[in-house]
Ligand binder design. Structure first.
Ligand code: FNR
Length: 182
């Protein structure tokens, strides 16, 4: 059966360009992968004190991460790093001790911005965090998306050049995930 891939968007904004990118990415051709968006906006800030009785939003998020076989992160860069909301979600599903939901699974990550450097610094930092929680990150090609006027078509898909590039990325990512999950 299909490999379940949890898609996590690092922006909570309704009109988030990263959410639009993630939605268009999951419409690319990826036979054998089943994408599910996992939401992080209702999570409380991590507090080890709640481990005695984790709030429902925490328990539910942990369950969704624990059952996913692979991950796809699409996130903005905030002040040259990973948005706090995304880091908080990663921290939450890495606990309690002995129940790290991320560990030993494959992942992919990139992000979009109106700015010129295409979330490069966020991606570098997020790769470091992935190393901490035991996600093996697909190594390439690296994706630096600068979103300008003609980036999306009227249907919300990618323009032709971006589509070709991201489909190539998806082909490599899907092969990597299948090899890792086995
Ligand atoms: C930003 N933005 C931004 N962009 C960037 O390329 N590098 C950066 O370091 C930052 N820093 C930053 C900090 C904060 C607090 C905000 C709110 C924004 C701009 C950012 O790329 C832009 O707002 C995107 O539209 C955010 O992504 P979503 O929400 O559209 O997915």
């Amino acid at each position: 059966s299909d490999i379940s891939v949890a898609v996590i968007v690092g922006s909570l904004r309704r009109d988030s360009i990263n959410r639009k990118v993630a939605q268009a990415v999951t419409r690319l051709n990826a036979p054998g992968l089943a994408f599910t968006f996992v939401e992080i906006g209702d999570l409380p800030l991590y507090n080890a004190d709640f481990e005695a009785a984790p709030p429902p939003a925490v328990a539910s998020f942990r369950q969704q991460i624990a059952t996913a076989q692979a991950f796809l992160f699409v996130s903005p860069e905030y002040n040259r790093s990973v948005p706090g909301v995304l880091k908080n979600a990663i921290d939450i599903a890495s606990k309690p001790n002995g129940h790290n939901g991320w560990g030993n699974k494959p992942g992919g990550l990139f992000g979009a911005t109106p700015g010129a450097i295409g979330t490069a610094v966020m991606q570098s930092h997020l790769r470091t965090v992935m190393g901490g929680v035991g996600v093996t990150v697909f190594s390439g090609p690296e994706i630096y998306l600068t979103v300008k006027d003609d980036f999306f078509t009227e249907n919300g898909d990618f323009n032709e050049g971006t589509h070709r590039f991201l489909q190539g990325w998806m082909d490599g990512y899907a092969a990597f995930v299948k090899k890792m999950v086995g």
